[in-house]
Design a binder for this molecule. Structure first.
Ligand code: 5AD
Ligand code: SF4
Length: 477
């Protein structure tokens, strides 16, 4: 998942609510919500917005007019936490001028930092963990009576399946749909199993219904979200997600098909796949449906088998390369992206070189690349020394990023002269005379404004590119 983006989650939903919910006009309290971290956090903020609007709140983009300010936080690396802390001190200053304002944190930092943020540093009034969002209206009420309110209980079955998220608009074209929560994998570097709890899948019927609703309100793309989508499993007979192999189940490949069948006009994406669990069935489902996008995010983390063992990833370099081979065999024109961590505990020069050579072999279309950041409670923190010096981590990361830029550019150059089907997302960020959209392979394409709108599918001939963007002309709409 793409990380550490930060966005103010308001957009156009105010207008949508005004149309959908007549209580909007009467709503007196205003909510401001900001999200950090992965797509799952952005999706969760939409669930939070839905819970809050049902309780009489409307959303605002202006923090100064907010009655309640919520920050949906990320703990994945130390710098993500630092950014949130900085933001909280800014809010504290606002609160000094406006003591009635309630400030709360949500998400991954909640459990670990509840004590210090609430009691020692007194930066927030309210703390709610990822499984406690239904409790937010009560928590806010508690704060109103002068208490500091906390709920960080993790659940084994909360999936918010029945909550219809308030869409915080990427132009009303593309939406996230959460299909599962938590993670049972215990990769040694990762804090997610501790912050988000045990893995649980969501009822497929509610997922399909959400996609149908999105299509009928104009959306043309859904991204199915989970920490490890390949272990999605729903037990049909038990109406639950118990992993009993004897009973009929819906697995991820079957769920993908169900969603793909909603409409050929609805593009389907998903994230994140795990190399140890990704099955050929998923790849065959992708090949069988034109509207399942030819794009897989398959985090490798390291190209060296010994490092992968220390990371507790459950696969070797050879296994990973075999999965890449399977993708190329079954889906010939599939784009592949990855996550890479540089400088994990004990990583030698030779082990780092294996990551570099693996990147060359796969020639990823895109990559998210990070320096290892030790996280509290994780297996790595308990078992290994964070012993790669900072400057070595940085040097390795720079090498990895520079290599990736050449692969991304080469990948984009190969598209020049081709005609791509593009879903129009809206006006380009850089120029009013251009619009942008994405190809099935998830490349951003910029093209001149024409007789089409966001949400349309158009055919674009690619004329030029940078390492990040394709540039083209529309040949048919
Ligand atoms: N340090 C650096 N990167 C991390 N990631 C997860 N935990 C850490 C960590 N402790 C990266 C992994 C993962 C992505 C979401 O974030 O690459 O796939
Ligand atoms: Fe973290 Fe590994 Fe789970 Fe991904 S699969 S969330 S990296 S523990």
């Amino acid at each position: 998942m793409s990380l550490e983006e930060n966005e103010i989650l308001e957009g156009r939903q105010g207008e949508v609510l005004a149309r959908e919910d007549s209580s909007f006009a009467r709503a007196s309290k205003k909510l401001y919500i900001e999200s950090y971290g992965c797509q799952m956090n952005f999706s969760d903020s939409e669930v939070v917005a839905s819970i809050m609007t049902k309780n009489g709140f409307s959303t605002t983009r202006d923090v100064d007019e907010a009655d309640v300010v919520l920050i949906n936080t990320c703990s994945i690396r130390d710098n993500a936490e630092k950014r949130v802390r900085k933001r909280l001190t800014e809010f504290k200053k606002k609160k000094e001028k406006n003591p009635e304002m309630v400030v709360g944190i949500l998400g991954c930092m909640a459990e670990r930092l509840k004590k210090s943020l609430l009691e020692q540093e007194k930066l927030v009034d309210l703390v709610a963990g990822p499984d406690a969002y239904r409790d937010l209206p009560n928590l806010i009420e508690e704060v109103g009576t002068g208490q500091r309110a906390v709920n960080v209980l993790l659940s084994r079955d909360e999936t918010y399946a029945d909550i219809s998220p308030v869409r915080l608009d990427k132009g009303g074209v593309s939406a996230f749909v959460t299909i599962m929560r938590g993670c049972d994998n215990m990769c040694s570097f990762c804090v997610v199993p501790f912050t988000r709890g045990r893995e649980r899948s969501r009822d497929p019927e509610t997922i399909v219904q959400e996609c149908i609703d999105l299509l009928s309100s104009g959306y043309r793309e859904v991204t199915l979200l989970g920490q490890n989508v390949d272990s999605y499993r729903w037990n049909v007979s038990n109406k639950g997600e118990i992993k009993d192999k004897e009973l009929p189940t819906v697995n991820f490949a079957q769920l993908l098909e169900k969603v793909a069948k909603v409409s050929p006009d609805l593009r389907v994406r998903f994230s994140t796949s795990h190399p140890k669990d990704m099955t050929d069935d998923v790849l065959h489902a992708m090949a069988a449906y034109e509207n399942i996008c030819n794009y897989i995010h398959l985090p490798v983390q390291s190209g060296n088998t010994e490092v992968l063992k220390r990371m507790n990833r459950g696969y070797s370099r050879e296994w990973y390369l075999n999965r890449i081979e399977a993708i190329h065999q079954i889906i010939p024109d599939c784009a592949i992206s990855t996550d890479i961590i540089s400088g994990f505990c004990g990583e030698s020069d030779h082990e780092h070189d294996d990551t570099v050579t693996l990147m060359r072999l796969v020639a990823y279309d895109f990559a998210y690349m990070f320096k290892y950041s030790e996280r509290p409670k994780t297996l790595a923190e308990r078992k290994f020394k964070d012993d790669v010096p900072e400057e070595v981590k940085s040097k390795r990361l720079t090498e990895i990023i520079e290599n990736q830029l050449t692969y991304s550019l080469a990948s984009n150059k190969k598209r020049i002269g081709k005609v791509e089907k593009v879903l129009v997302e809206g006006v380009s960020k850089r120029s009013e005379e251009h619009m942008s959209g994405r190809t099935g392979r998830n490349s951003m394409v910029v093209f001149p404004v024409g007789d089409f709108q966001k949400g349309d599918y158009i055919q674009v001939k690619i004329l030029n590119c940078t390492s990040a963007t394709l540039l083209g002309e529309v040949i048919e709409n």
